[in-house]
Design a protein around this ligand. Structure first.
Ligand SMILES: NC(=O)c1ccc[n+]([C@@H]2O[C@H](COP(=O)([O-])OP(=O)(O)OC[C@H]3O[C@@H](n4cnc5c(N)ncnc54)[C@H](O)[C@@H]3O)[C@@H](O)[C@H]2O)c1
Ligand SMILES: [Zn+2]
Length: 355
């Protein structure tokens, strides 16, 4: 698989990752290497990565607790302190080995520590491989508001090796699948069609599908790295999806929702709005709902939660001039950005999802 080149970074695949990593480490002459892991990637992924690093480097491992609730500035403070105590300097390198929480938080820590040290992303979850580790967005949550604090700055390289997925729990695999479905919906109908029949997929297919997904994401980010326009399309399903995710995050009495599971809900609701406001056909709308629900069983959203969820939309980062801006579909594979949606339609989208 050919490397995928972005503005300031390169994504390598499979064993080529380690050829490139070792070459880079030999040439770069870092003072020290810090590998950031969470408790799970410490257990399941670290020894494999270590076995691939050739040469004698001073390596320290920093572990954070696993899970979105730890993607906070408090966790960053902990990591900044450890870096400081362990003598990290501006020539240090950080390797983020983990899912999107580790790559988002680790990227942010690296970009801000001593005004920025080099970092490399080694995504270990499907979601991080196809989405979080690519494109340079880093950051943390602020209370229940997702990704409110962060910077955009690309890693030195991204190393995508599907070997890590062998220990990833099934629900986390599904979560990543949601972002892959999104890539098809926003930009590539042929890719959506390939993904439609997931039951027939093999692990071999998965490697190619991950590659295709990274190509789609990278094409978008290359045109618009700082999200002035086109990059907004990557937020399809995320306006309502993030609101649902935030709401469930702070209501532990409801079911726990993974990021991709919440985005799956958001994609169906925003497809409904697309069909109401734009040219998305009823057939394609129903197809989207059917394909997504086949993998993501319907969640319950009690009536009384709906307005509370909608209140969270005001914090969406795509908003401007007091308007809540949506990315909607004109067809499968095509989008329109900056769509303003009335509350009545937002409420109706819950009904479409639930009925
Ligand atoms: N920066 C971006 O552009 C971008 C894009 C999409 C999502 N994100 C962010 O990514 C995050 C979600 O990422 P995620 O779903 O990877 O979450 P995550 O990092 O929490 O990983 C999910 C779970 O899987 C575990 N895990 C990871 N790899 C494993 C492996 N190989 N074996 C066993 N367990 C493993 C983790 O410890 C965690 O418990 C969210 O915070 C989201 O905002 C960022
Ligand atoms: Zn997402």
């Amino acid at each position: 698989m050919q490397p995928i080149v972005s503005k300031d970074s390169v994504v390598y695949f499979q064993q080529e990752c380690y050829v490139q990593l070792n070459q880079y480490l030999t040439q770069a002459n870092h003072s020290k290497i810090f590998i950031l892991v969470d408790s799970n990637t410490h257990e399941y992924c670290l020894s494999y990565l270590m076995s691939k690093i050739e040469g004698d480097y001073e390596i320290e491992v920093i572990e954070i607790e696993a899970g979105e609730i730890h993607k906070t500035i408090e966790t960053c403070t902990g990591v900044w302190n450890v870096l400081s105590e362990l003598g990290a300097d501006r020539k240090s390198l950080m390797i983020n080995l983990g899912g999107g929480v580790v790559t988002d938080l680790g990227g942010f820590v690296a970009c801000t520590f001593k005004r920025g040290i080099n970092y490399i992303n080694v995504p270990t979850s499907l979601l991080a491989m196809v989405d979080a580790s690519v494109g340079g967005k880093t950051g943390v949550d602020l209370g229940n508001l997702k990704n409110q604090v962060g910077v955009i700055s690309e890693s030195e390289m991204v190393l995508v090796d599907t070997e890590y997925l062998t220990t990833l729990p099934a629900n986390q695999m599904r979560s990543g699948l949601a972002e892959m479905l999104k890539h098809g919906l926003i930009k590539d109908k042929a890719y959506w069609n390939k993904l439609k029949d997931l039951s027939n997929l093999t692990l071999n297919d998965l490697g190619q599908l991950i590659y295709d997904s990274v190509v789609i994401k990278n094409e978008v980010v290359l045109v618009d790295p700082t999200e002035q326009g086109l990059r907004k399309i990557l937020n399809y399903g995320h306006t309502l999806g993030h609101a649902v995710e935030s709401y469930y995050l702070t209501h532990p009495e409801r079911e726990t929702l993974l990021h991709g599971e919440a985005i799956a809900v958001g994609m169906i609701m925003e497809a409904y709005i697309s069909a109401e406001l734009l040219s998305l056909s009823k057939e394609q709308l129903d197809e989207i709902k059917e394909v997504i629900l086949a993998t993501f069983p319907k969640i319950t959203i009690p009536d009384e939660d709906r307005k509370e969820i909608l209140k969270l939309l005001v914090h969406d980062k795509k908003n401007s001039n007091g308007n809540i801006n949506f990315v909607l579909l004109t067809a499968i594979g095509d989008t329109k950005i900056d769509c303003v949606v009335e509350e009545k339609l937002l409420l109706a989208s819950f009904d479409y999802y639930l009925n």
